[in-house]
Write a protein that binds this ligand. Structure first.
Ligand code: GP9
Ligand code: MN
Length: 619
């Protein structure tokens, strides 16, 4: 008995490690779940994932074992805190590709510091207070178990861990095909296998992806992708060529979320200028953002390429060496001058590199502007837009110019510079600060449109304007519900709010009105191709003026069309009209399959640089 007690004392560090880390990961799993959660069903894979580390630690001698377990605990805790912070803004969890371009966070550190909560650091209590004691405790009556027994214990624990995990992974792969190989819905993996297993998988997939990129895509898959792209570039008729030879000015507005359009606070319109602009444009009021981990850069990537964002990380980094069939390149080949304009550091989101790949002749960044006024992250929208009109006028006609605004950036905390806009009871809240910031940006856009008009630019230019992504993160859902006079927001109501306005303004307002087709940022490029009658091959999106039914596919495998919404994170279908949950049927299964196929095609195109191959085959 004495011997067993001393064994227990000797291996207390292992026992404590398993107990503490399993508890942490289960609590974290509870925090990540918005719906039904069961500790019981999450326990097996979480226990198995931690047992694996415990088994490996048995192969080390005591000193090394304590240190190994201590480091594992620190790494797991850092990932838990980082994932929680990241989830609050991106509604996703961190992956290795995100860490690769994680250097970007430096520039939006005000966002990160606003997203961290003191309670997150409770996960680190054991590391700070409990674990160092183990080291002292270790040298009392320490008796190592014989090496042969250690090895048998190692194998026994490995077998237990593997059997449990294989069962959990198999069940998930049956329920969600392709999920474990593509990680298209990372949050779902965390909820069903636990954080540690997810990061094991992410590490394996990143390793596999870097190897598989070197192995050519199969002939069958390649012809499948080609067939899809050919059928997708449908012939268009309505409004085809109506803007041929005109200039194109496209404006991506930072954090312009749909709920502010035509909405008021304290009796004042939040965006009076955009409301007016919408009335003189074709206003797509059922238009969704489709960004993933690449944030703003994903929005730009989709609107200029009609390819889906990267499954992990940002395409702007991961694929900056690829050949693209980008809109600037398309226009440039037709004799257009092209320019991107953004009053921020040129290296942010790797823009200075990838814009060249997209075919922009010019990129006017922070260094090309007089930084005479800053609001929010950098050059004020007022000064940026005013100076940009002068730069646009210098371009050779016809031109395509792409502007990205900045001042209305999360956490919208530069309230002293947004001007006086009474937000009443929302004063001092994130939502109130956002309303002030977007009201400021709206004012500057109004000035911008007036200046374009006065300078005679509007009469021979099409102006496309859209929001890049949401403004109010999900952890502020109650503020948004209150603003919309609702007690709470269901999953479906929340999704319906994940819209951004998209407006197309024609010269002389020749076309205007509200178009409620269900569309997304992937559809901007094909829609512009039809209006300007330029080649629309190899695009994943649809021309919104010539599509019968909309279909918006999101990076996590969710999709929405006029009739149904599929929420991948909870594997649930909704009827968009009745707002009722519905069971999967053959038709819905095919729609889900279609969504996953399109995401896979886009990923294969990016991973294997297939557009370069397709272009060379067409020559
Ligand atoms: C900075 C701006 C911010 O250039 O585009 O990007 P975001 O943080 O919104 O992805
Ligand atoms: Mn943004």
């Amino acid at each position: 008995m004495e011997k067993i007690n001393s064994y227990i004392r000797t291996y207390l560090d292992v026992l404590l490690f398993v107990l503490l880390v399993v508890t942490k990961v289960l609590i974290y799993g509870r925090q990540m779940e918005t719906g039904y959660f069961s500790y019981f069903s999450l326990f097996p894979p979480v226990f198995a994932s931690v047992l694996l580390l415990a088994a490996i630690s048995l192969l080390l001698n005591s000193q090394r074992r304590v240190r190994f377990l201590y480091i594992c605990n620190i790494v797991i805790t850092i990932f838990i805190i980082a994932d929680l912070t990241y989830f609050r803004y991106f509604k996703d969890v961190i992956s290795i590709p995100v860490l690769i371009n994680g250097l970007q966070l430096g520039a939006v550190k005000s966002s990160v510091s606003n997203l961290m909560k003191f309670s997150d650091f409770l996960y680190a209590i054991d590391i700070i207070f409990i674990f160092p004691k183990i080291n002292k405790f270790r040298y009392i009556n320490r008796i190592e178990i014989p090496r042969s027994l250690k090895l048998s214990l190692f194998f026994i624990l490995m077998i237990i861990s593997s059997v449990i995990n294989i069962n959990s992974f198999y069940d998930l792969s049956k329920e969600q095909p392709r999920l474990l190989s593509t990680l298209y819905n990372k949050v779902y993996i965390v909820k069903n296998l636990g954080s540690v297993n997810y990061h094991y998988l992410d590490f394996y997939n990143s390793l596999y992806a870097s190897v598989s990129r070197r192995t050519p895509v199969s002939k069958e898959k390649e012809s499948e992708i080609k067939t899809f792209l050919q059928t997708n570039s449908q012939d268009t008729s309505s409004l085809k060529g109506i803007a041929k030879g005109k200039n194109l000015i496209m404006i991506q507005v930072e954090a312009l979320q749909g709920f502010v359009i035509n909405n008021k606070v304290e009796g004042q319109y939040i965006t009076p200028n955009l409301n007016k602009w919408a009335k003189s444009s074709v206003y797509f009021d059922n238009f969704y953002y489709q960004i993933a981990a690449g944030g703003t850069s994903d929005a730009e990537f989709m609107s200029n390429n009609s390819l889906y964002p990267a499954v992990s990380g940002a395409a702007y980094f991961l694929y900056c060496g690829n050949e693209f069939n980008s809109m600037p390149k398309n226009f440039r080949d037709l004799g257009y001058d092209t320019a991107a304009l953004h009053g921020y550091r040129e290296t942010f989101w790797n823009r200075n590199i990838i814009y060249k790949r997209f075919g922009f002749n010019n990129f006017y960044s922070e260094k090309n502007y007089d930084i005479d006024e800053t609001v929010g992250l950098g050059l004020s929208d007022r000064s940026f837009l005013s100076q940009s009109v002068d730069k646009i006028k210098e371009l050779n006609k016809p031109y395509y110019s792409f502007l990205i605004t900045l001042s209305s950036h999360f956490p919208y905390d530069d309230v002293d510079n947004y001007g006086n806009f009474d937000v009443g009871p929302y004063e001092g809240t994130l939502l109130g600060n956002y309303l002030k910031s977007i009201h400021y940006t709206d004012e500057q856009l109004g000035m911008f449109f007036d200046k374009l008009d006065k300078e005679g630019v509007l009469k021979d230019s099409v102006v496309v304007l859209y929001g890049d992504h949401y403004a109010i993160p999900k952890d502020h859902i109650s503020e948004l519900a209150k603003f919309l006079n609702k007690d709470s927001l269901s999953d479906l109501q929340w999704i319906k709010l994940q819209k951004v306005p998209m407006m197309i303004h024609f010269p002389d307002e020749s076309n205007k009105g509200v178009n409620s087709i269900c569309g997304g940022q992937m559809d901007i490029y094909p829609t512009i191709c039809s209006l300007f009658d330029i080649p629309n091959n190899n695009l994943m999106g649809k021309d919104l003026f010539n599509s019968k039914e909309g279909n918006v596919i999101f990076r996590d495998g969710s999709f929405i069309d006029g009739k149904y919404y599929y929420m991948a994170q909870t594997n649930t279908y909704f009827d968009m009209v009745t707002e009722e949950k519905i069971n999967e049927n053959e038709d819905l299964k095919n729609r889900k399959e279609n969504a996953l196929n399109q995401l896979e095609y886009s990923d294969e195109i990016l991973k294997h640089n297939l557009l370069k191959k397709f272009e060379s085959e067409n020559q």
